[in-house]
Design a protein around this ligand. Structure first.
Ligand SMILES: Nc1ncnc2c1ncn2[C@@H]1O[C@H](COP(=O)(O)OP(=O)(O)O)[C@@H](O)[C@H]1O
Ligand SMILES: [Mg+2]
Length: 229
């Protein structure tokens, strides 16, 4: 076949969100948390999302992760629809394709770091995953596999959380203030790790207030009152 004249294959974004709407009602109060938010993130790209408190950042990330359902619009992961599907199916798409890292941590307190990783790998029911030790080596805490979360320093906990988020080699990594509670040196190291993951093809969305994180991103998007500024 003459490859010189073959049309380029269409590029499917790793993550795409189309006109997401989300509102909350509490009594007479209505909050329009997302008002038509669209975005696309390509493989290998790091996108930072900033904005004042209450602007909709966490709501957006929850919708992108399939942890919350938008009231309107759709989320696709590598072309596969995530939103408006049965909870169970959403959970499976998330387990296989999305790594989630929240500021409050994604480690279960009663499990060792190793078992935290093993658990999310079992939930995804994928066979070709890296052993926990290898993931921990990659984030620089190979020696802490047997530790419980409360035995970790802040920096170690942040790395362990990242190892859990990466446990199933996700196409998409979503992080809400991942460096919010760590010192600057730890933040710098986490940014190096995120860039390494991006260079391996992961699409990354990071909600952040940190200038260093925003500066390290390929693009910075700003939310205000549920809309891009
Ligand atoms: N579960 C909820 N119930 C009611 N209101 C909510 C809920 N989640 C978020 N909100 C409201 O939606 C808006 C956006 O919140 P959030 O996404 O947490 O913003 P951010 O992460 O940017 O601080 C806020 O006004 C918040 O009070
Ligand atoms: Mg938030």
């Amino acid at each position: 076949m003459d490859t010189a004249t073959a049309p380029a294959p269409p590029v499917t974004a790793a993550l795409s969100a189309q006109t997401l709407y989300r509102f909350f009602r509490a009594g007479d109060e209505e909050t329009f948390a997302l008002q038509g938010v669209s975005m696309e993130v390509q493989r290998g790209e790091i996108v930072a999302v900033t904005g004042p408190s209450g602007s909709g950042k966490t709501t957006l990330l929850n919708c992108l992760a399939g942890l919350d359902e938008p009231d309107g619009g759709a989320v696709r992961i590598a072309g596969e629809r995530l939103s408006h599907r049965a909870e169970r199916e959403r959970g499976m798409v998330r387990a296989r394709h999305i790594g989630v890292l929240f500021q409050s941590g994604n480690l279960l307190e009663h499990l060792t770091v190793r078992d935290n990783i093993a658990l999310v790998q079992r939930l995804a029911r994928q066979t070709a995953t890296s052993p926990p030790e290898e993931l921990l080596e990659r984030v620089g805490i190979a020696g802490r596999a047997g530790a419980l979360p409360r035995q970790l320093s802040g920096g170690e906990a942040a790395r362990a959380g990242l190892a859990v988020a990466l446990a199933n080699a996700p196409e998409v990594l979503l992080a809400d203030e991942p460096t919010g509670e760590v010192d600057r040196e730890t933040e710098r190291r986490l940014l190096v790790l995120l860039r390494e993951r991006a260079d391996d093809g992961t699409a990354i969305v990071v909600v952040t207030h940190s200038r260093a994180v925003a500066a390290a991103a390929d693009r910075v998007l700003r939310l205000r009152d549920g809309r891009w500024v």
